[in-house]
Design a protein around this ligand. Structure first.
Ligand SMILES: *Cc1c(COP(=O)(O)O)cnc(C)c1O
Length: 355
């Protein structure tokens, strides 16, 4: 049976990205060696990093003066590297979910942290709107897409200070005005590659300003100076990222990814609204096009488990909601297909008809 992958992360990648990576794992560029057994300093590997970096700059229209890094440690390591490197005195954080909160927690080790707003009391079912950011904050940290709750800030906010954004679950799904950010980072395993690499885009002239000594590995300048090659980078995940970046470009770039995302989300959200069994969990204007969360309507609560079993029996993978939200979550990252969301919608319709 055909499987439709709605996993929240690690998550679906285009089939050809997996196949091309698999070929290189067997025989890298006809060398007779596997991608997994070559040196990251081999002459054939530097072009992989260079092309991946160039494609990120091209696809996101990254202005001059920014560097692109490929590091290990996941988005979670950036939670501490960001304040280590960017927090001089005071940082502002918008609390839109567990990831935002974790980022904020790390910043508190380094200086004053202002929570500009929070939707924690409403289990993060909306993005707070009427808040202001202290003008003397070094940066405002936001989480552009809240993977667990299914809310998203799908535009570049106008704020009085530079922004830093955790784009782990929506990077490269829409055009971004990078000039508004001092740093954009993303653990790759949702929208870009397999687990193991984090992409960081940062503004060079903002580095070296923090009034503290930074351990070598946690200092962004170390990695900027060495082009992500200070130590051994995650070779295979970087290669997979490159294949995926080529795929995104071939499909029409981030504008096309944006159109596809909106199209998929429209299909699923309209069915949630139409179907008597289900309802959405977040405020309509803040709905994520990447992670679509929904639950059973109150009068059909007892059908939650039966629907999940039914969907699994029809090939749906990974639609169980996060434990802090319950219900269901259909993650529709760049690789998700219209066929996939149509298959899910068919499950929802057929299950409604049977009940
Ligand atoms: C998954 C996720 C993280 C954590 O990423 P790791 O790479 O596992 O550290 C952080 N932020 C967001 C928005 C996420 O979706």
């Amino acid at each position: 049976m055909k499987k439709y992958n709605f996993n929240a992360g690690p998550s679906m990648l285009p089939r050809e990205v997996i196949e091309n990576t698999a070929k290189q794992i067997l025989d890298f560029n006809g060398s007779g060696l596997s991608l997994a057994e070559i040196s990251h300093r081999a002459k054939d590997f530097q072009p992989v990093v260079d092309e991946a970096e160039a494609l990120i700059k091209e696809l996101l229209n990254v202005p001059e003066g920014y560097s692109v890094l490929f590091l290990g440690g996941g988005a979670s390591l950036e939670f501490c590297m960001i304040p280590f490197n960017f927090l001089i005195k005071k940082a502002a954080y918008l609390n839109t979910g567990v990831w935002a909160k974790k980022a904020m927690k790390e910043a508190k080790f380094f200086g004053e942290v202002v929570e500009v707003a929070s939707s924690a009391d409403a289990n993060y079912t909306f993005i707070p709107k009427d808040w202001s950011c202290p003008a003397d904050a070094d940066y405002l940290h936001i989480t552009s897409n809240n993977t667990i709750y299914g809310t998203e800030i799908r535009k570049d906010l106008d704020v009085n200070v530079p922004m830093i954004s955790d784009m782990s679950s929506d990077i490269l799904s829409r055009p971004v005005d990078v000039s508004k950010y001092d740093c954009i980072y993303a653990g790759a395993q949702k929208n870009l590659s397999m687990a193991g690499v984090t992409v960081i885009i940062l503004k060079n002239d903002k580095l070296g300003k923090a009034p503290r000594e930074i351990p070598t590995m946690l200092d962004y300048r170390t990695h900027v100076d060495k082009g992500s090659m200070f130590n051994t980078p995650p070779v295979v995940p970087i290669y997979t990222a490159l294949e995926n970046l080529r795929w995104i470009k071939k499909k029409g770039g981030v504008e096309a990814m944006d159109r596809r995302a909106n199209e998929r989300a429209e299909i699923v959200y309209s069915e949630i609204e139409r179907n008597k069994l289900f309802k959405g969990t977040v405020k309509e204007e803040d709905r994520s096009v990447m992670n679509i969360c929904f639950v059973m309507n109150d009068e059909y609560k007892e059908l939650e488990k039966p629907f999940l079993d039914y969907a699994i029996s029809k090939g749906m993978v990974g639609i169980k909601g996060h434990r802090s939200v319950g219900g269901f979550r259909a993650s529709c990252y760049n690789a998700q297909t219209i066929e996939g969301v149509n298959a899910l919608v068919k499950c929802m319709k057929d299950f409604e008809a049977q009940n």
